[in-house]
Design a protein around this ligand. Structure first.
Ligand code: NAD
Length: 470
């Protein structure tokens, strides 16, 4: 089906009104849940084919993640959709004011390859729960997952969600259509293309982008425990996670402590030869492999100034990059752009102040991770940095808390979702005012404005107030 016919079909379903009742929304969520449970093995095989993901990791970060999001949404949806009262100023009484949530219409979801199910279906959960229909475009770079979605979504969610497979031409064709919201996850170069296309129709966008998510560590923490957490967040999905720790900042002694523990943590997670671990993933395609392998090679070349801590091995045929840790300086190739691979640079700073400057001089990160037992240090990060999320003591895990908004700021994106935040993203909050015609209390503000009315208006409509200092 052509892009315009697909969108027209989704619009016909929306315009019919069937998506508005709570029952329809709950039915779609239940159907998606059934699809994920009944076709679990099919999807897990696709994820293994695309990314070498272990079924347990697929459940943790994709299928199970989605079923939890569905359960949370089903449990709370009725409450989230309730009208919300607004206070009415004295001058307008008697009257009732409230807001109601209305669906936007047809939502376009454009998903990337690194969590190909989660990042397509999690926005769809929010869009459906808010009463919209969805046109969704999986990434062509995760072809097995894309095929699995095209195979099963129509069977379980036909009418509610349409899958359009394809790459740049198909996405471009979709972006020519008029949608009521566009939800894009991926890199910021394409984010700009999406936003420009949306501007033509004045369509609101959510951009879930990436960038370098830093870690700061000091020597107040249990280094072995911190190393395990950092290694887990970094090397999951072979480092191809938007919120993976990208690099670590710390003073010399703190990084020396961490560098001593990271190799042990990597062995604990993936054994002495991660190439043989079923739990360790692969790079998505040859170009992604070459990009990361080249950056490592450039930084470890003689005279480049980097020092290998552990790892460094790779196998182009298998698209395998060994979990790698190295000391680098701020000019290293690995510090130029988001690494998006299993390589963790450690960058020495002189002090906490230096670390704060280092972070604040760069693009606002999607996530920032701080490992410090010192409350004053943690407060400095809360008050003096800006990022999509700020986690103390654990990377990545914030996105499993459905009550936390997930999204970036500045170069890492705009808008957010998960749980009730998805409802906000995919709905219009409409203002409603109800005022009976009798008694006509507004008569006191209608012209002509004599002395009495002037006094009344001054008193009731915008009474002059003094505010206390401080
Ligand atoms: P990708 O290459 O799969 O692209 C994402 C989508 O954009 C795909 O569906 C693709 O078909 C489409 N696309 C690509 N080029 C296009 C073009 N010229 N015009 C229109 N559409 C186009 O994925 P990617 O961008 O490599 O994803 C990795 C990036 O995404 C990283 O920067 C990562 O940090 C970020 N990311 C962010 C999140 C988040 O939730 N914030 C999640 C995952 C990935």
């Amino acid at each position: 089906m052509s892009a315009d016919a697909t969108v027209a079909a989704a619009r016909t379903v929306f315009d019919s009104g069937i998506t508005k009742p709570l029952a329809w929304r709950l039915q779609q969520l239940a159907a998606m849940n059934r699809m994920l449970c009944e076709q679990r093995d099919y999807f897990a095989d696709a994820l293994a084919e695309d990314l070498g993901k272990h079924p347990a990791e697929s459940w943790l970060t994709e299928l199970g993640f989605l079923t939890s999001e569905i359960a949370h949404t089903i449990k709370h949806l009725e409450g989230w959709l309730k009208p919300r009262k607004a206070a009415v100023p004295l001058a307008l009484l008697p009257a009732k004011a409230f807001t109601v949530l209305e669906p936007l219409g047809v939502v376009l979801v454009i998903a990337p390859w690194n969590y190909p199910l989660q990042l397509l279906l999690a926005p769809a959960i929010g869009a459906l729960a808010a009463g919209n229909t969805v046109v969704a475009k999986p990434s062509e770079l995760a072809p097995a997952s894309s095929t699995a979605l095209a195979r099963w979504v129509p069977e379980y969610l036909g009418g509610a969600v349409s899958i359009v497979e394809g790459g740049v031409p198909e996405t471009t064709e979709l972006l020519d259509q008029r949608f009521d919201h566009i939800f894009y996850t991926g890199n910021s170069r394409v984010g700009r293309i999406v936003m420009a296309a949306a501007a033509k129709h004045l369509t609101p966008v959510t951009l879930e982008l990436g960038g370098k998510s830093p870690v700061y560590i000091d020597d107040t923490v249990d280094m072995a425990a911190a190393a395990r957490r950092i290694a887990w967040g970094k090397f999951m999905n072979a480092g191809q996670t938007c919120v993976a720790p990208d690099y670590v900042l710390g003073t010399g002694p703190a990084l020396a402590g961490l560098a001593a523990e990271l190799p042990k943590a990597i062995i604990e997670l993936y054994g002495t030869d991660p190439a043989r671990s079923l739990d360790y993933g692969r790079m998505i395609h040859d170009a992604a492999f070459a990009r990361v392998a080249d950056m490592v090679a450039a930084d470890l070349a003689e005279g480049a100034g980097s020092v290998l801590v552990s790892g460094g091995g790779s196998d182009a045929v298998a698209r395998y990059i060994e979990p790698t840790v190295l000391h680098v300086d701020a000019q290293a190739r690995l510090m130029d752009s988001e690494i998006f691979g299993p390589v963790l640079p450690l960058v020495t700073v002189d002090s906490l102040e230096d670390a704060l400057d280092f972070i604040n001089e760069r693009d606002k990160p999607l996530s920032l991770y701080v490992f410090s037992e010192d409350k004053a240090v943690r407060t400095q990060f809360t008050e003096r940095t800006s990022s999509g999320a700020l986690n103390f003591g654990v990377p990545v895990a914030h996105l499993t808390i459905p009550d936390l908004p997930f999204g970036g700021v500045g170069e890492s994106g705009m808008g957010s979702y998960h749980g009730r935040h998805s409802i906000k993203t995919f709905s219009h909050r409409k203002a409603v005012l109800e005022k009976s015609l009798a008694p006509d209390t507004l008569a006191m503000i209608y012209p002509p404005y004599g002395a009495v009315k002037k006094q009344l208006i001054k008193r009731f409509v915008a009474p002059a107030r003094r505010f206390r200092k401080g």
